[in-house]
Design a protein around this ligand. Structure first.
Ligand code: NDP
Length: 272
Protein backbone atom coordinates (compact mmCIF):
# COMPACT_ATOMS: atom_id res chain seq x y z
CA UNK A 1 0.00 0.00 0.00
CA UNK A 2 1.31 3.45 -0.95
CA UNK A 3 0.88 6.08 1.80
CA UNK A 4 0.45 9.75 0.92
CA UNK A 5 2.03 12.40 3.17
CA UNK A 6 3.01 16.04 2.59
CA UNK A 7 4.34 19.28 4.02
CA UNK A 8 2.41 22.53 3.58
CA UNK A 9 3.90 26.00 4.01
CA UNK A 10 4.74 29.27 2.26
CA UNK A 11 7.43 29.31 0.94
CA UNK A 12 7.86 25.57 0.50
CA UNK A 13 10.35 25.01 -2.34
CA UNK A 14 13.34 24.96 0.08
CA UNK A 15 11.93 22.16 2.25
CA UNK A 16 13.99 19.00 2.77
CA UNK A 17 11.10 17.20 4.47
CA UNK A 18 10.20 15.08 1.38
CA UNK A 19 13.80 13.81 1.14
CA UNK A 20 13.93 13.01 4.87
CA UNK A 21 10.60 11.17 5.01
CA UNK A 22 11.41 9.25 1.83
CA UNK A 23 14.69 8.08 3.43
CA UNK A 24 12.89 7.10 6.65
CA UNK A 25 10.37 5.11 4.57
CA UNK A 26 13.22 3.28 2.83
CA UNK A 27 14.77 2.45 6.22
CA UNK A 28 11.58 0.75 7.49
CA UNK A 29 10.51 -0.53 4.04
CA UNK A 30 7.34 1.53 3.73
CA UNK A 31 5.87 2.66 0.38
CA UNK A 32 5.50 6.44 0.70
CA UNK A 33 4.78 9.42 -1.52
CA UNK A 34 5.63 12.68 0.30
CA UNK A 35 4.73 15.94 -1.48
CA UNK A 36 5.29 19.67 -1.01
CA UNK A 37 2.14 21.85 -0.97
CA UNK A 38 2.40 25.62 -1.36
CA UNK A 39 0.05 26.98 1.29
CA UNK A 40 -2.47 29.68 0.50
CA UNK A 41 -3.13 32.51 2.96
CA UNK A 42 -6.77 32.52 1.88
CA UNK A 43 -7.46 28.79 1.61
CA UNK A 44 -5.12 27.03 4.06
CA UNK A 45 -7.95 25.31 5.98
CA UNK A 46 -9.57 24.18 2.72
CA UNK A 47 -6.22 22.83 1.47
CA UNK A 48 -5.83 20.74 4.64
CA UNK A 49 -9.37 19.34 4.35
CA UNK A 50 -8.79 18.52 0.67
CA UNK A 51 -5.53 16.72 1.47
CA UNK A 52 -7.19 14.41 3.98
CA UNK A 53 -10.26 13.94 1.75
CA UNK A 54 -7.89 12.55 -0.90
CA UNK A 55 -6.32 9.73 1.13
CA UNK A 56 -3.77 11.92 2.92
CA UNK A 57 -2.22 10.01 5.83
CA UNK A 58 -0.09 12.69 7.47
CA UNK A 59 0.56 16.38 6.91
CA UNK A 60 3.46 18.45 8.24
CA UNK A 61 2.78 22.16 8.63
CA UNK A 62 5.45 24.82 8.43
CA UNK A 63 5.56 28.60 8.48
CA UNK A 64 3.40 30.60 8.62
CA UNK A 65 0.49 28.21 9.26
CA UNK A 66 1.27 26.41 12.53
CA UNK A 67 -1.16 28.38 14.66
CA UNK A 68 -3.93 28.02 12.06
CA UNK A 69 -3.27 24.27 11.91
CA UNK A 70 -3.69 24.04 15.68
CA UNK A 71 -7.02 25.90 15.60
CA UNK A 72 -8.27 23.72 12.75
CA UNK A 73 -7.69 20.42 14.55
CA UNK A 74 -10.46 18.79 16.58
CA UNK A 75 -8.02 17.04 18.95
CA UNK A 76 -4.48 17.92 20.02
CA UNK A 77 -1.68 16.44 22.11
CA UNK A 78 -0.67 18.08 25.40
CA UNK A 79 2.52 19.48 23.77
CA UNK A 80 0.45 20.97 20.98
CA UNK A 81 -2.08 22.56 23.32
CA UNK A 82 0.75 24.13 25.36
CA UNK A 83 2.35 25.46 22.18
CA UNK A 84 -0.89 26.65 20.57
CA UNK A 85 0.77 25.66 17.29
CA UNK A 86 0.87 22.39 15.32
CA UNK A 87 3.42 20.95 12.89
CA UNK A 88 1.92 17.45 12.50
CA UNK A 89 -1.65 16.58 11.46
CA UNK A 90 -3.39 13.26 10.86
CA UNK A 91 -6.87 11.75 10.84
CA UNK A 92 -7.98 9.35 13.57
CA UNK A 93 -11.51 7.94 13.72
CA UNK A 94 -12.57 10.64 11.27
CA UNK A 95 -11.26 13.50 13.42
CA UNK A 96 -8.32 15.79 12.68
CA UNK A 97 -5.53 15.40 15.28
CA UNK A 98 -2.59 17.75 15.85
CA UNK A 99 0.77 17.42 17.56
CA UNK A 100 3.87 19.57 17.78
CA UNK A 101 7.17 17.69 17.46
CA UNK A 102 9.38 20.78 16.99
CA UNK A 103 10.33 21.14 20.65
CA UNK A 104 11.31 17.53 21.12
CA UNK A 105 13.31 17.68 17.88
CA UNK A 106 15.16 20.81 18.98
CA UNK A 107 15.98 19.52 22.48
CA UNK A 108 17.30 16.22 21.06
CA UNK A 109 19.63 18.09 18.71
CA UNK A 110 20.68 20.81 21.18
CA UNK A 111 21.64 18.28 23.84
CA UNK A 112 24.30 16.96 21.47
CA UNK A 113 26.02 20.35 21.86
CA UNK A 114 25.38 21.63 25.41
CA UNK A 115 23.54 21.01 28.67
CA UNK A 116 20.29 22.98 28.93
CA UNK A 117 19.92 22.79 32.72
CA UNK A 118 20.82 26.15 34.33
CA UNK A 119 21.39 27.61 30.86
CA UNK A 120 20.45 31.27 30.20
CA UNK A 121 18.39 30.95 27.03
CA UNK A 122 17.29 33.66 24.59
CA UNK A 123 14.80 32.90 21.82
CA UNK A 124 14.62 35.39 18.95
CA UNK A 125 11.12 35.38 17.40
CA UNK A 126 7.65 34.69 18.75
CA UNK A 127 5.93 32.86 15.89
CA UNK A 128 4.73 29.28 15.59
CA UNK A 129 8.20 27.74 15.87
CA UNK A 130 9.04 29.72 19.03
CA UNK A 131 5.76 28.61 20.61
CA UNK A 132 6.59 24.98 19.83
CA UNK A 133 9.99 25.04 21.54
CA UNK A 134 9.32 27.09 24.71
CA UNK A 135 7.72 24.39 26.90
CA UNK A 136 10.16 21.60 25.97
CA UNK A 137 13.03 24.00 26.79
CA UNK A 138 11.42 24.97 30.11
CA UNK A 139 11.16 21.25 30.92
CA UNK A 140 15.00 21.16 30.78
CA UNK A 141 15.12 23.61 33.74
CA UNK A 142 17.11 26.51 32.28
CA UNK A 143 18.25 29.36 34.55
CA UNK A 144 16.04 31.73 32.53
CA UNK A 145 14.20 31.90 29.23
CA UNK A 146 13.73 35.23 27.44
CA UNK A 147 11.78 35.69 24.21
CA UNK A 148 12.58 38.75 22.09
CA UNK A 149 10.46 39.71 19.10
CA UNK A 150 10.48 42.47 16.51
CA UNK A 151 6.84 43.44 17.07
CA UNK A 152 4.87 43.71 20.32
CA UNK A 153 1.50 41.90 19.67
CA UNK A 154 2.79 38.27 19.65
CA UNK A 155 4.79 39.03 22.83
CA UNK A 156 1.73 40.29 24.67
CA UNK A 157 -0.10 37.06 23.85
CA UNK A 158 2.91 34.90 24.74
CA UNK A 159 3.43 36.62 28.09
CA UNK A 160 -0.25 36.05 28.91
CA UNK A 161 -0.05 32.37 27.89
CA UNK A 162 3.27 31.55 29.62
CA UNK A 163 3.86 33.84 32.63
CA UNK A 164 7.14 32.12 33.61
CA UNK A 165 9.06 33.53 30.62
CA UNK A 166 10.28 37.08 30.04
CA UNK A 167 9.13 38.78 26.83
CA UNK A 168 10.86 41.86 25.35
CA UNK A 169 10.91 43.73 22.10
CA UNK A 170 14.06 43.09 20.06
CA UNK A 171 14.91 46.79 20.08
CA UNK A 172 14.92 46.79 23.92
CA UNK A 173 16.87 43.56 24.42
CA UNK A 174 19.81 43.54 26.84
CA UNK A 175 21.61 41.00 29.06
CA UNK A 176 23.94 38.04 28.64
CA UNK A 177 22.94 34.53 27.50
CA UNK A 178 24.59 31.09 27.19
CA UNK A 179 22.37 29.99 24.31
CA UNK A 180 20.72 32.10 21.61
CA UNK A 181 18.13 30.40 19.42
CA UNK A 182 17.08 32.15 16.23
CA UNK A 183 13.41 31.28 15.71
CA UNK A 184 12.70 34.15 13.33
CA UNK A 185 11.98 33.70 9.64
CA UNK A 186 14.36 36.52 8.70
CA UNK A 187 16.77 34.09 6.99
CA UNK A 188 14.03 32.47 4.89
CA UNK A 189 12.80 35.90 3.82
CA UNK A 190 16.42 36.99 3.15
CA UNK A 191 15.87 39.92 5.52
CA UNK A 192 18.51 41.25 7.91
CA UNK A 193 18.17 40.31 11.59
CA UNK A 194 19.31 43.35 13.52
CA UNK A 195 20.68 42.43 16.97
CA UNK A 196 22.19 44.46 19.82
CA UNK A 197 26.00 44.36 19.55
CA UNK A 198 26.61 43.24 23.15
CA UNK A 199 24.71 39.96 22.66
CA UNK A 200 27.74 38.16 21.24
CA UNK A 201 30.39 39.53 23.62
CA UNK A 202 30.43 36.40 25.83
CA UNK A 203 30.33 34.08 22.75
CA UNK A 204 27.07 32.25 23.50
CA UNK A 205 26.26 29.00 21.71
CA UNK A 206 24.01 29.95 18.78
CA UNK A 207 21.37 27.73 17.19
CA UNK A 208 19.52 28.76 14.03
CA UNK A 209 16.19 27.01 13.50
CA UNK A 210 16.52 28.00 9.86
CA UNK A 211 18.50 25.72 7.57
CA UNK A 212 19.41 26.00 3.94
CA UNK A 213 20.45 23.49 1.33
CA UNK A 214 23.75 25.20 0.50
CA UNK A 215 26.23 26.72 2.92
CA UNK A 216 25.79 28.39 6.30
CA UNK A 217 22.72 30.48 7.15
CA UNK A 218 23.14 34.26 7.70
CA UNK A 219 22.62 33.85 11.49
CA UNK A 220 25.21 31.04 11.71
CA UNK A 221 27.69 33.20 9.77
CA UNK A 222 26.92 36.21 11.98
CA UNK A 223 27.55 34.19 15.16
CA UNK A 224 30.76 32.64 13.79
CA UNK A 225 32.04 36.06 12.75
CA UNK A 226 31.65 37.08 16.41
CA UNK A 227 33.65 34.07 17.59
CA UNK A 228 30.63 32.04 18.77
CA UNK A 229 29.96 28.38 18.04
CA UNK A 230 26.87 28.03 15.84
CA UNK A 231 24.81 25.34 14.19
CA UNK A 232 21.80 25.43 11.86
CA UNK A 233 18.42 23.70 12.29
CA UNK A 234 19.03 20.67 10.11
CA UNK A 235 19.42 18.35 13.13
CA UNK A 236 16.13 19.62 14.57
CA UNK A 237 14.44 19.20 11.21
CA UNK A 238 15.43 15.55 11.01
CA UNK A 239 14.53 14.84 14.65
CA UNK A 240 11.08 16.49 14.46
CA UNK A 241 10.45 14.62 11.21
CA UNK A 242 11.30 11.33 12.92
CA UNK A 243 8.69 12.05 15.62
CA UNK A 244 6.03 12.86 12.98
CA UNK A 245 6.95 9.64 11.17
CA UNK A 246 6.37 7.61 14.36
CA UNK A 247 2.97 9.28 14.89
CA UNK A 248 1.80 8.49 11.35
CA UNK A 249 3.34 5.09 10.69
CA UNK A 250 4.07 3.64 14.15
CA UNK A 251 7.67 2.83 13.22
CA UNK A 252 10.84 4.60 14.43
CA UNK A 253 13.41 5.54 11.78
CA UNK A 254 17.15 6.25 12.24
CA UNK A 255 17.47 10.08 12.17
CA UNK A 256 21.27 10.28 12.57
CA UNK A 257 21.87 8.28 9.38
CA UNK A 258 19.71 10.73 7.40
CA UNK A 259 21.25 13.77 9.12
CA UNK A 260 24.74 12.60 8.16
CA UNK A 261 23.63 12.22 4.55
CA UNK A 262 22.11 15.73 4.52
CA UNK A 263 25.26 17.24 6.02
CA UNK A 264 27.32 15.61 3.26
CA UNK A 265 24.97 17.05 0.60
CA UNK A 266 25.02 20.46 2.29
CA UNK A 267 28.84 20.47 2.38
CA UNK A 268 28.93 19.69 -1.34
CA UNK A 269 26.40 22.50 -2.02
CA UNK A 270 23.97 20.01 -3.55
CA UNK A 271 20.30 20.88 -4.11
CA UNK A 272 17.68 18.21 -3.57
P1 NDP B 1 6.28 32.51 11.78
O1 NDP B 1 5.91 33.15 10.49
O2 NDP B 1 5.20 31.94 12.63
O3 NDP B 1 7.07 33.60 12.71
C1 NDP B 1 8.11 34.35 12.18
C2 NDP B 1 8.83 35.11 13.28
O4 NDP B 1 10.01 35.71 12.73
C3 NDP B 1 8.02 36.22 13.93
O5 NDP B 1 8.32 36.27 15.30
C4 NDP B 1 8.56 37.47 13.19
O6 NDP B 1 8.44 38.67 13.95
C5 NDP B 1 10.01 37.11 13.06
N1 NDP B 1 10.69 37.84 11.98
C6 NDP B 1 10.49 37.71 10.63
N2 NDP B 1 11.34 38.50 9.95
C7 NDP B 1 12.10 39.15 10.87
C8 NDP B 1 13.15 40.09 10.78
N3 NDP B 1 13.60 40.54 9.60
N4 NDP B 1 13.71 40.54 11.93
C9 NDP B 1 13.27 40.10 13.14
N5 NDP B 1 12.27 39.19 13.28
C10 NDP B 1 11.69 38.73 12.16
O7 NDP B 1 7.39 31.43 11.43
P2 NDP B 1 7.77 30.12 12.27
O8 NDP B 1 7.84 30.52 13.69
O9 NDP B 1 6.89 28.99 11.90
O10 NDP B 1 9.24 29.76 11.70
C11 NDP B 1 10.38 30.54 12.05
C12 NDP B 1 11.64 29.91 11.46
O11 NDP B 1 11.92 28.66 12.06
C13 NDP B 1 11.55 29.64 9.95
O12 NDP B 1 12.78 29.99 9.36
C14 NDP B 1 11.34 28.13 9.87
O13 NDP B 1 11.83 27.59 8.66
C15 NDP B 1 12.18 27.68 11.06
N6 NDP B 1 11.81 26.35 11.58
C16 NDP B 1 12.72 25.33 11.51
C17 NDP B 1 12.42 24.09 12.01
C18 NDP B 1 13.42 23.00 11.94
O14 NDP B 1 13.03 21.84 12.11
N7 NDP B 1 14.68 23.32 11.76
C19 NDP B 1 11.10 23.80 12.60
C20 NDP B 1 10.24 24.94 12.66
C21 NDP B 1 10.58 26.16 12.14
P3 NDP B 1 7.13 39.60 13.88
O15 NDP B 1 6.13 38.98 14.82
O16 NDP B 1 7.61 40.92 14.30
O17 NDP B 1 6.67 39.56 12.44
Amino acid sequence: MLFRCAVIGKPIAHSWSPFIHQRFAEQVKLALRYEKILGSDLDFEQQVRAFFAHQGRGLNVTLPFKQRAFHLAAKASAACIKAGAANTLWLEAGELWADNTDGLGLVRDLERHLSLAECRILILGAGGAARGIIHPLLDCLPACLVVANRSRPPLTQLAADIPSIQCVELAELSGEFDLIINATSAGVAAEPLVLPRQLMLNRPFCYDLTYQQQGATPFVLYAQQHGAQAVDGLGMLVEQAAESFVLWHGQRPEPLEVLAELRRLQAKNCSI
